[in-house]
Design a protein around this ligand. Structure first.
Ligand SMILES: NC(=O)c1ccc[n+]([C@@H]2O[C@H](COP(=O)([O-])OP(=O)(O)OC[C@H]3O[C@@H](n4cnc5c(N)ncnc54)[C@H](O)[C@@H]3O)[C@@H](O)[C@H]2O)c1
Length: 257
């Protein structure tokens, strides 16, 4: 039977690689992303079943993405929220005092509200007791917060602003709530928390900040995005059939716990 999967932020760095692998794994993949040109190009390149260019921070956008992804059967089996936004100013994060309300709302909208809206609209479409599963992309900084101005190292030299870390911490909490609410239906919800990925968002970062971060990582390098993809595929699969409400850190030992 058709296994329908929705990948939000599916035209982004990690989203595209994940979508390509899920097509090969036999899922009917729908890519949903706000960037229309990249969405179409990626969908064609990886032979995604469906795609939709949409702003997922809106109720209508999230509902439309879920509708498209549910295909003819009207059922969904996998959702991966790869959507994310980490604004920088000249490759550096802004300190709290310089984050204006519009940027705060945008980051919370993309990183927290969009996954909430997608899960909300998918609620009745997710098939019960059929291995259905959600994975949300969190971040290491959900645990640590941001690290202060770039000139200082208070804690880890975080590349992300305080709005980003706060949004991912809230998404972590939402992931736990969803796991509890969906558990009785046999549907799982987990998180994956990357440290630094040598890809995607990293492109917007200042090079010396990247070098400083890598010097803090015991494995001595950023993650290869495929290393994230493998963990997501595990969480979606029946190999993880008794794992829900968890977050797996994929951070090269940056913050061991
Ligand atoms: N790259 C890293 O180092 C890193 C580290 C920790 C966590 N993460 C998280 O991993 C995930 C994937 O990261 P990435 O590097 O592939 O990011 P990316 O920036 O390459 O991709 C994010 C995608 O989200 C899309 N998007 C943004 N706003 C949207 C909206 N309103 N509606 C629909 N789509 C929207 C973008 O167009 C983009 O394609 C993100 O959740 C990110 O926060 C990344």
């Amino acid at each position: 039977m058709e296994r329908n999967a929705l990948i939000t932020g599916g035209a982004g760095g990690v989203g595209k690689l994940l979508a390509a692998r899920m097509v090969l794994e036999g899922y009917s993949v729908t890519i949903a992303d706000v960037d229309a040109a990249r969405t179409e190009a990626v969908a064609q390149e990886i032979k995604a079943e469906r795609s939709i260019a949409v702003d997922l921070t809106t109720e209508e956008g999230a509902a439309a993405a879920v509708e498209v992804a549910s295909g003819e059967t009207g059922k969904l089996h996998a959702i991966v929220n790869c959507i994310g936004l980490s604004p920088k100013a000249n490759g550096k994060k802004r300190p709290i005092k310089d984050i204006d309300l519009a940027e705060w709302n945008l980051v919370l909208g993309v990183n927290l509200t969009a996954p909430f809206l997608v899960m909300k609209h998918a609620w009745s479409r997710l098939e019960d007791n059929a291995g259905s599963s959600i994975v949300n992309f969190l971040s290491l900084v959900a645990k640590t917060g941001s690290s202060g101005p770039d000139e200082y190292d208070f804690g880890i030299p975080s590349p992300a602003g305080a709005h980003y870390s706060a949004s991912k911490a809230a998404l972590h909490n939402l992931t736990m709530s969803a796991a509890r609410e969906l558990g009785p239906r046999g549907i799982r919800c987990n998180g994956v928390a990357p440290g630094q990925i040598g890809f995607g968002m990293q492109g917007s970062m200042n090079k010396s900040a990247v070098a400083r971060i890598v010097s803090q990582i015991p494995l001595g390098r950023p993650a290869d995005p495929e290393e994230l993809v493998e963990v997501v595929l595990f969480l979606l699969s029946n190999k993880a059939s008794y794992v829900t409400g968890e977050t797996i850190d994929v951070d090269g030992g940056w913050i061991p716990d």
